[in-house]
Design a protein around this ligand. Structure first.
Ligand code: BGC
Ligand code: ZN
Length: 358
């Protein structure tokens, strides 16, 4: 079959290749891939920053944001039938397993020996087919099929917001206002979930007005262009106390500004993967004092488990009902397999690029 592969850690080795078809085993299903979304992680794998081939292979099929249709079910695989639309979960528990992986919370793996499809030690989905156990497949209803390729990025946001709520159960809390840093796919989806909860959302983004501000505003949020405002106490004084900051740019200096400007008892949630080695001088005493005297929390979050994909399915339905068509407007570029590389051409006019396979 055809697949997009890389030679891990070799910059620029991304290519469309002919690879062996996956072997369907007992208890598994064969999935025909329909769409794959591409993101910053894929870009970094193509740049050779990380990525790991499965044992015995010298290449890695990339792609971890998928939507497909069940083609064939092997004896013993229950719960799915040919024709069902499915999205695959990305991470697999480590073989030990650690106490989190043993409990199905592999997104909280302790020993780093987990694997991730399309990223670390397992092939991904940017191919014509893949095989998988139903344990790692989530069925999606037909109504949301046109936007279900967004379920994997949404699962990241589902986990982030679940964690915010769990952490904030430490106090009597009623969040009224959130600032989302970055109006890319993760940021926009976070803003939508927060809006669904009745929280006032402000986006803060380095891109001048355009598609991102259009989408943000269509979800009822406010859009602040970073080119004219600094993320500061003054900004917070203007828009009102900020209870939640979700960082979704990966531009690490913003994390420190966020810790400073978030309101007393507030929470800063970091989701951006910063691959670089940027150094920064920070007002350490001031930040420490702010955090202590105002009971602030800052935490990081990565990946998602089955529960987050399932709540994501419910939220895709809710988002579609609340803002019809908004999710599909986020998909700004649809490419054939042969043109996958164009997904990584940077442009302020694009939010989410996907490859359409079948
Ligand atoms: C994926 C996550 C993954 C993370 C780190 C993200 O792009 O969505 O599932 O855990 O990269 O590999
Ligand atoms: Zn583990």
């Amino acid at each position: 079959m055809r697949a997009v592969v890389v030679t891990p850690k070799k910059p620029g080795s991304g290519r469309l290749a002919e690879v062996p078809d996956p072997q369907l085993r007992e208890g598994e299903v064969l999935v025909r891939v329909q769409q794959v979304g591409l993101d910053g992680t894929d870009a970094e794998i193509l740049e050779g920053q990380y990525g790991e081939a499965p044992p015995g292979d010298d290449y890695l099929i990339i792609g971890h944001e998928s939507l497909g249709r069940v083609e064939k079910v092997m004896g013993g695989a229950t719960g799915l039938s040919p024709g069902d639309r499915v999205v695959a979960i990305v991470r697999r528990p480590d073989p030990v397993p650690c106490r989190n992986c043993a409990a199905g919370e592999w997104d909280m793996c302790l020993n780093g020996q987990y694997t991730e499809r399309g990223i670390k030690g397992r092939h991904g989905f940017l191919a014509e087919f893949y095989t998988e156990s139903p344990d790692f497949l989530v069925a999606v209803p037909a109504e949301i099929a046109p936007v279900a390729v967004l379920l994997e990025p949404l699962s990241i946001v589902e986990k982030a917001i679940e964690q915010i709520k769990r952490i904030q159960s430490r106090l009597v809390w009623q969040a009224e206002r959130a600032v989302v840093l970055g109006a890319g796919p993760i940021g926009l989806l976070a803003g939508m979930l927060l809006s669904l909860e009745g929280i006032e959302v402000h986006f803060y983004d380095a891109t001048e007005r355009g598609i991102k501000s259009d989408l943000a505003e269509a979800s009822g949020a406010n859009y602040i262009w970073a080119g004219e405002r600094k993320l500061s106490h003054e900004l917070a004084a203007e828009i009102g106390a900020v209870d939640i900051v979700v960082e979704a740019t990966g531009y690490s200096p913003l994390a420190f500004d966020a810790m400073d400007m978030v309101a007393p008892n507030g929470v800063v949630c970091l989701t951006g993967v910063s691959g670089g080695s940027r150094k920064l001088e920070v007002s350490a005493d001031h930040l420490n004092l702010e955090m202590v005297l105002s009971n602030k929390v800052v935490f990081g979050t990565v990946n998602a488990n089955r529960r987050h994909f399932e709540s994501g399915v419910r939220h895709l339905l809710e988002i579609e009902a609340r803002w019809p068509g908004l999710l599909s407007r986020m998909i700004t570029r649809r490419l054939p397999l042969t043109e996958f590389a164009r997904a990584f051409e940077r442009s302020p006019d694009h939010v989410k690029s996907i490859v359409e396979i079948s």
